[in-house]
Design a protein around this ligand. Structure first.
Ligand code: AGP
Length: 610
């Protein structure tokens, strides 16, 4: 995933805006940065490997550089390694056209071959430079027509920002499968991959829809489809406060977002829960449709997949129908048994994850109805689903997801309860009891967050451990998967989630006196079994950190070296609580290890490439 920003306007001070916008998009990729400016009718490009600071330092020495038409880019490498030459923007052979791009051009090799035959030479390994030379080869003086033709030839995903020296008053953009927004200013307009880049200037935005071209001038914006037909510009008002995209006074976005969970869970749950009635926005699963459902298939990646793993347990319990959970990158390449009687649920924070978007398209091709649970309004997955339920988590900037995971999980509870109730699979008392418990989740998480310093103490004790296992049974095991990923992706400690009952079938051979075993035991009927699994690993020298519910206090003998208690709640809802100390533990461990928590190495916030 990369970050794009562009400006067209009266001000000659476009460069400072561009730099602040790129800074806000650092979370989208930070291998290299670059800007292209139109200055004295010539396009000048400054681009370097490394963080944005490198560009800023160069510009500090070029105070004379001004421009009213600029594009900029933050790269997360997909084609070609991190290097100056592979950084964007790319310049056409004529020097007249420059492009920044987020996405993957899937037919760039064939296009490159054709262009090479026409005498084009390539400096970089990127697919984006192919776009620049393709535009060059098509350019006949009419830039709009040129872009139109190019979009017909490009396959794959692209959000493009384009400037042309012959069009000093115009900024061009095109969108297919990768996000791109337009910001509307006063006598100036902007493009960006995401809202934080333009928030300092405007709250009025338009999300480009699939296969659209935008032509922006100082005070005039026109949008067309790829065939050149005019399209309506749908403007929305962003109601985030500016801080929403800032760290406030937290050290990292991640801890800010962990602490925001009670608030965003309220924002996600309460509009959909009134007087025990569940209102899933304009989702209308009628009884007939639900009765004919032969299964539910949850498809996602990473942490969103882990939400599905938790949901499988409680959905099957509540709905009494098969619930499958699958990695999107697997689902899309096998022959999934999916048809019109399958409800496919795609879970995605960004709504732009390439594998999840492709799985969605595959499911629709097979006739399934697709419901997506997404955090980014108007994102590709949201736009292409039959139904979408938004998590109102606000912008999630930290690469390691926390509040999006929790709000996704809360929506899965509501979906499961809604279907269970509609199908008459749940008694009124049980339904009301679960609803009451769901409503208590935010306050219970607040109680856990208040104990974050004790979790910080535990992290201080164990942050140098190099071998960690997370074990649990059923729902606890599913939370272990997320706990393990959180720890791995920000502290770089190799850890593994393991079904507690499975450890003895081989992997227990890895347990020794250097192993920390973090055991989750929140499920009442399985508590004793998990305790006996803990004894098994303890007898082999492991150190034990136990996570369990407060009502178990009198049942914990000396078996655990440390214990983290979470408030008691309905068993099926305990993942909403037990995941929080795991998020905090990972955060503090990574902090003690001096890791780059918000921008872990090798990662980006949204994986819009395969
Ligand atoms: C989670 O901490 C990771 N950053 C990653 O696994 C993420 O959950 C995954 O890439 C899916 O992203 P999405 O929710 O935006 O589709």
């Amino acid at each position: 995933m990369c970050g794009i920003v562009g400006y067209i306007g009266k001000s000659e001070k476009a460069i400072p805006f561009l730099l602040q916008g790129l800074e806000k998009l650092e979370y989208r990729g930070y291998d290299s940065s670059g800007i292209a400016i139109l200055n004295q009718n010539e396009i000048k490009i400054i681009k370097k490997q490394g963080r944005l600071k490198v560009i800023k330092d160069i510009l500090d020495g070029k105070k004379e550089l001004h421009s009213h038409l600029v594009i900029g880019h933050k790269r997360w490498a997909t084609h070609g390694n991190h290097s100056d030459v592979n950084a964007h923007p790319h310049l056409s052979k004529s020097g007249k056209i420059s492009v920044v791009h987020n996405g993957i051009i899937e037919n760039y090799i064939n296009l490159k071959k054709d262009l090479t035959k026409k005498g084009y030479e390539f400096k970089s390994d990127t697919d984006t430079e192919v776009v620049a030379q393709l535009l060059d080869s098509l350019y006949n003086g009419d830039m709009f027509e040129t872009i139109k033709k190019a979009t017909q030839l490009l396959e794959g995903s692209f959000a493009l920002g384009i400037i042309c020296a012959d069009y000093p008053d115009t900024l061009f953009a095109a969108k297919k499968d990768s996000p791109l927004i337009i910001g509307l200013g006063e006598n100036e307009n902007y493009i960006a991959s995401d809202i934080p880049a333009v928030l300092s200037k405007t709250r009025k935005i338009c999300r480009l829809k699939e296969k659209q071209i935008a032509v922006l001038k100082n005070s005039d914006i026109n949008i067309f489809d790829f065939n050149g037909n005019k399209a309506k510009m749908e403007i929305s008002e962003i109601n985030w406060n500016v801080n929403a995209a800032e760290k406030n006074n937290y050290d990292h976005f991640m801890i800010k977002e962990i602490m925001e969970q009670p608030e965003v869970l309220n924002a996600t749950i309460s509009p959909r829960l009134k007087d025990y009635k569940i209102k899933l926005d304009n989702l209308n699963f009628n009884e007939e449709y639900l009765k004919n459902l032969n299964k539910i298939s949850i498809v996602a990646c990473g942490s969103a997949y882990h939400v599905g793993c938790v949901a499988k347990y409680f959905m099957e319990e509540l709905i009494k129908k098969p619930v499958e959970v699958e990695l999107a990158s697997e689902f899309r390449y096998r022959s999934p048994i999916v048809d019109k009687n399958t409800l496919v649920i795609i879970i995605s924070q960004s709504g732009e994850t390439a594998d999840s978007l492709a799985a969605l398209r595959e499911a629709k091709k097979l006739g399934a109805r697709v419901l997506s649970v997404v955090n980014v309004v108007g994102s590709s997955i949201a736009n292409e689903s039959d139904d979408v339920l938004y998590t109102w988590a606000g912008p999630e900037i930290a690469v390691a997801t926390t509040k999006a995971y929790s709000t996704q999980l809360s929506l899965m509870y509501l979906i499961a309860l809604y279907i269970s109730k509609t199908l008459g699979k749940i008694t009124d008392d049980n339904y009301k009891d679960i609803i009451k418990n769901i409503e208590s989740i935010p306050e219970k998480i607040t109680a856990i967050l208040k104990k974050s310093s004790s979790i910080e103490e535990i992290a201080k004790k164990y942050y140098q451990t190099e071998k960690i296992f997370f074990i649990g049974r059923t729902l606890d095991y599913a939370v272990c998967m997320e706990a393990s990923l959180k720890l791995k992706e920000i502290s770089y400690i190799h850890s593994e989630a393991y079904a507690a009952g499975e450890l003895k079938h081989g992997t227990i051979s890895l347990i020794d006196d250097k192993t920390l075993v973090i055991a989750l035991a929140t499920q009442d009927e399985l508590f004793d079994k998990t305790i006996s699994n803990i004894r098994e690993v303890k007898s082999r020298g492991a150190t034990i950190l136990l996570v369990t519910t407060e009502d178990k206090m009198d049942k914990i003998s000396e078996i655990a070296d440390d214990v983290i208690y979470v408030p008691k709640i309905s068993n099926i809802l305990s993942p909403s609580l037990s995941v929080v100390p795991m998020q905090l533990l990972s955060y503090y461990v990574a902090k003690f290890r001096g890791c780059d928590i918000d921008k872990p190495r090798n990662l980006a916030k949204s994986v819009t490439v395969e």
